[in-house]
Design a protein around this ligand. Sequence first.
Ligand code: TPP
Length: 526
Amino acid sequence: MTDTSMPHMKTGALGLVETALSAGVEVCFANPGTTEMPIVEVLDRVPGMRVVLGLFEGVCTGAADGWARMTGRPAATLLHLGPGLANGLANLHNARRARSPVVNWIGDHARRHLVCDAPLTSDIAALAASVGWMRTVRSPDEMGEASLAAVAAALGPPGRVATLILPADCQWAPGPEPLFTRPSTALREPPGSAPREAALLLRGGRAGILLGGSALTARGLRAAARVAAATACKVWVETFPARQECGRHLPFFPAIPYFPEQAVAELADLTTLVLAGAREPVAFFSWPGQPSRFAPEGAALFSLADPDAGFDATLALETLAQEMEAPDGVGPLRTTPAFMPAGRPLTPDILCRALAAFTPENAIVVNEAVTTGFTWNAEHASKAAPHTMLFVTGGAIGQGLPNALGAALACPERRVIAFQADGSGLYTLQALWSMARESADVTVVICANRRYRILQAELARAGVTEPGPRAQALTALTDPVIHWAELAKGFGVPAFSVGTDSELADAFMRASDRRGPCLIEAVLTA
Ligand SMILES: Cc1ncc(C[n+]2csc(CCOP(=O)(O)OP(=O)(O)O)c2C)c(N)n1
């Protein structure tokens, strides 16, 4: 008999997990059910594979994305059939947009059981295909090879979401010996002619460079500044980068504005736009009377390093700077303004000033602060201590807290700041419990404006100056008020609720003294 569970047997599940571990997958963010039990059983037998329980699948997928963004290597998720995967899809969408390598292990019914159309049977393949690469395992013998194929697919380059559908009987039956191969995580070298062509384009006409993806390293930003100094071209950063090095030590370039009328005005003069690790800039949405594409009609778009081909944009920018014989060394660097608390009520601007002053050196700032986060990006991140920023790349909110969890576990020596809008945070707030359980060093800063502020702004843009009671009800987070500090304590995370800049400064100082997670609810007046 092959279809009975036998502890300590070399099962398909063991081949899967051991192969993934030797391919570089060290952590599994899991929310399993009955169809994943053979994998749960072997996780205890594979030393080196860290296992983290997420209380909602969106926490698991967002944490895997955060881990991947910080390490360049995939984390695994273990999710239960179609409904489990469906719960994790929004953050897999964000991971796809960030080109993060993520490997999903999705259990399915045993092959003989699928014909019964039991209650949890669903079209898992259709869900998986919507976010990237997928494969359904058909026999236990495939488990090692499929595991390695999924890691290789996830790594690309470019990175992507790779999903394995794993029938329960393929997990529990005797399986193959694990494979011991470690696929490369390296990006591709861009074509040699691209920097030369870009140099020609940048020297003639009114040119600009749009940085994104792998251009946003410290080296990439410095090379872009050298090119800008040599040509007087303008430089921008894509609006929602997956990962960007930031701080007072680096050249600062503005992000392409979110709203199309502003973005179009910014780029209006261009005759050439060189794309370095970024795609052509387009509007997030279509608005009446607004264009979808931001570059002026007729402007030449030139791809220096195509992110979808997995090209290394930092390398391309450095070669470009060399090609232009751009002088080394850029300055001047900025300083962080001191924060002087004076008992003032908190506004987004004051909150961002305080955050700039209290961000520790080498922190990771996960920015899902939505409208407050735009202020942070535009004016404050560039004055803070050196840090790495992760952003809500795919626009599917509920990414911030899970991303912060994954980033903290990936980089235990770095402090993570989850800069979090209150409305978005509520989609995946169970991540707080996993942070507490894993003692993740995360300071969660909630921008408690108690509304969906961006949607109120959208209403105003649509000409609704006095929203009716229903429109108000759909954008206000009051009646009842949500008490974040109480929620955090309920998940085992120490918390402070603050309403003035003095209380905020005090809370930041107390947070910096402790290990593990803590939460500061900053109640905003605007
Ligand atoms: C998964 C998902 N659901 C809904 C939305 C639509 N949406 C965009 S922003 C937003 C709420 C923003 O409010 P909040 O997070 O509190 O930030 P604020 O605008 O107040 O700064 C919503 C519901 C979305 N982007 N993604």
